[in-house]
Design a protein around this ligand. Structure first.
Ligand SMILES: [Zn+2]
Length: 70
């Protein structure tokens, strides 16, 4: 039986956009292995959430965010 961690190191492509991933990053929101651009996109979502998305860790989905009015 494979655990998530073994799977993480076997991955060759981003789970989200399917790009090759020289650097593997664990998604904040899901257990997907993602690439740097996808991680940056998540960072933007995190920053737009209350408390920088702290309470969304491992929530299993990408929260939809309203456009932030600054
Ligand atoms: Zn990606």
């Amino acid at each position: 039986m494979k655990n998530i961690r073994d799977d993480f190191f076997d991955k060759q492509n981003c789970d989200r956009c399917n790009s090759p991933i020289p650097v593997r990053i664990m998604s904040w929101f899901t257990n997907e292995t993602i690439c740097i651009p996808c991680s940056i996109a998540e960072g933007e979502i995190k920053r737009a959430l209350p408390d920088n998305g702290r309470h969304y860790e491992g929530c299993g989905y990408l929260p939809k965010i309203e456009k932030v009015i600054s």
